[in-house]
Design a protein around this ligand. Sequence first.
Ligand code: ZN
Length: 133
Amino acid sequence: MEKLEHIGIAVRNLDEANALFARLLGKPHYKIETVESEGVRTSFFDVGGVKIELLEATRPDSPIAKFIEKKGEGVHHLAFGVSHLAESISQAKQNGFVALHETPKPGADNKLIAFLHPKTTNQVLVEMCQEKP
Ligand code: ZN
């Protein structure tokens, strides 16, 4: 893992959360993007090179809808930037972590992403992400 790339936060209402975070951070989000395959609408704030990713469910079976149902709104995942995602997935598995995705899949913000199961990471959902080549 090379850097903390972003912190993902699950929210019920993206427009309200955008306004709240703009008030908190003193700047607006710089993009909104829907990732239909994941059932999420996302927005991004840049805070000194580390991003805040707000996540709103676009359908009831979205992982974000399920998360909010179980735990409520709040921090959802930490995302670490890597250069070679496929390698990082196999390395993580070799090191005893459970990968939720065996191969990189498309994420928001021009990234390929894969998650590690929180049961193997002290209950913290971990995303690894790589800039799309
Ligand atoms: Zn993320």
